[in-house]
Design a protein around this ligand. Structure first.
Ligand SMILES: Nc1ncnc2c1ncn2[C@@H]1O[C@H](COP(=O)(O)OP(=O)(O)OP(=O)(O)O)[C@@H](O)[C@H]1O
Length: 375
């Protein structure tokens, strides 16, 4: 463990052989013995989390997210396979080594888990007292930490008088007290409103960038992953559904579980359009418009170029609906366009390949009767 009194703002990430803050799972399995029989919460999980990254874990309820997170500080023991922290199999640690591991792996929680009878100062000081730091060291470190999380003026306040966001800031300061290289976040923003969530995410990103701490977070809020994670793991029934860079997984989700989780983030069809969409062109003679969907998956820096799209498609092409997001600088999303039903369409394969591509995918998703020229 690093000395508890190291100045917070000057702590660089280590450059040892295995960089401090690395986590690896090797064929990890976890089975609980419940009264109804064995529950296979995790099965054959193998992957590494790079030091200094922000790693998100998502999945439906019961997919095994908490079980996986809790194996990293040995709150849960694997039933099979191994968990390596900085290259060391943590199953082999004795009691003293386990205490040291838990100082290197901080944790924050959805409901903050602060001691209500203690002040903010005392809550943050507690891990340092347990670690045997001197009063002078504790004082210096707690004041540094409270400054880091922006709560210098709340040192003597009890948690009940703090907002949710302030309580989580205390939780973060306490988790950082022992100078960890890894921070586990279990639904850390789920109890917060969107604005406060943003400020906590900014704080976590700042901690990751400035201190080089690996952050591993569970969340059911896909927007949180999109906002700050570098990589994401999707769990489904205790197994890896997929994992990779967030912009790739979110841009082109390969697994049905990922697509279901991401559905709220997608720009779906507006209800009125969905209700009018026909799978085939209407009978001859009826005016209609084709609905095209242009998809952007975040790959190769492709962005919607409105002028070139207009040039490539028939005159009178209209924008109906859609939008794009940016994830780590990569554009993903979709645009819905309508064109006259009789207008000839270009070869889409030429518009989705090579350096001149207009979109990653283009398809006709249906037809709409053009009764009132409304699309
Ligand atoms: N101590 C336990 N004893 C028995 N079964 C357990 C125990 N802890 C978890 N489980 C079961 O293991 C499976 C995975 O649970 P886990 O809490 O890891 O999932 P999760 O993805 O974090 O779910 P949630 O999003 O609902 O918190 C679930 O079926 C759960 O009921």
């Amino acid at each position: 463990m690093n000395a508890p009194h190291s100045p917070i703002h000057l702590q660089p990430a280590s450059c040892a052989h295995v960089r401090a803050g690395t986590v690896a799972f090797e064929h990890l399995g976890k089975t609980y013995q419940a009264s109804s029989g064995p529950v296979h919460a995790l099965q054959d999980i193998s992957l590494s989390i790079p030091a200094g990254s922000i790693f998100g874990i998502i999945g439906r309820s019961g997919a095994g997210k908490s079980s996986l997170l809790r194996t990293i500080n040995r709150l849960e023991r694997p039933s099979s396979g191994r968990v390596l922290v900085d290259g060391v199999d943590i199953a082999s640690l004795n009691e003293d080594e386990l205490v040291r591991l838990r100082r290197r792996v901080g944790m924050i929680f959805q409901h903050f888990n602060l001691l209500s009878a203690k002040t903010v100062y005392e809550n943050v000081a507690l891990p340092l007292r347990v670690a045997g730091a001197s009063r002078v060291e504790i004082d210096r470190r707690v004041r540094d930490l409270l400054a880091l999380v922006g709560l210098q003026d709340k040192a003597n306040v009890r948690p009940a008088r703090l907002s949710g966001g302030q309580k989580q800031r205390v939780g973060i300061a306490r988790a950082l007290a022992t100078d960890p290289q890894i921070l586990l976040c279990d639904e850390a923003t789920s109890a917060l409103d969107p604005e406060t969530t943003q400020s906590i995410l900014q704080l976590l990103r700042g901690i990751n960038r400035r201190l080089g701490i690996t952050i591993i977070l569970i969340t059911h809020e896909m927007s949180v992953i999109r906002e700050i994670a570098d990589q994401v793991l999707v769990l489904e029934q205790g197994r890896i559904a997929e994992f990779g860079e967030v912009w790739q997984v979110f841009g082109a989700p390969a697994h049905v579980a990922t697509r279901a989780l991401l559905a709220p983030l997608q720009h779906g069809l507006p209800d009125d359009l969905q209700g009018r969409l026909l799978p085939h062109p209407p009978a001859e003679g009826l005016a209609h418009r084709k609905i095209l969907r242009l998809g952007y998956t975040g790959a190769n820096a492709l962005e919607p170029d409105i002028a070139r799209i207009a040039q490539a498609l028939p005159a009178g092409t209209r924008l109906v609906h859609g939008g794009v997001d940016r994830i780590q600088g990569h554009v993903h999303g979709r645009l819905l366009l309508s064109v006259a039903g009789t207008a000839p369409l270009p070869d889409f394969s030429l518009l989705t390949q090579g350096p001149q591509a207009l979109a990653h995918s283009i398809e006709v998703i249906g037809h709409v009767l053009d009764l009132e020229h409304s699309l």
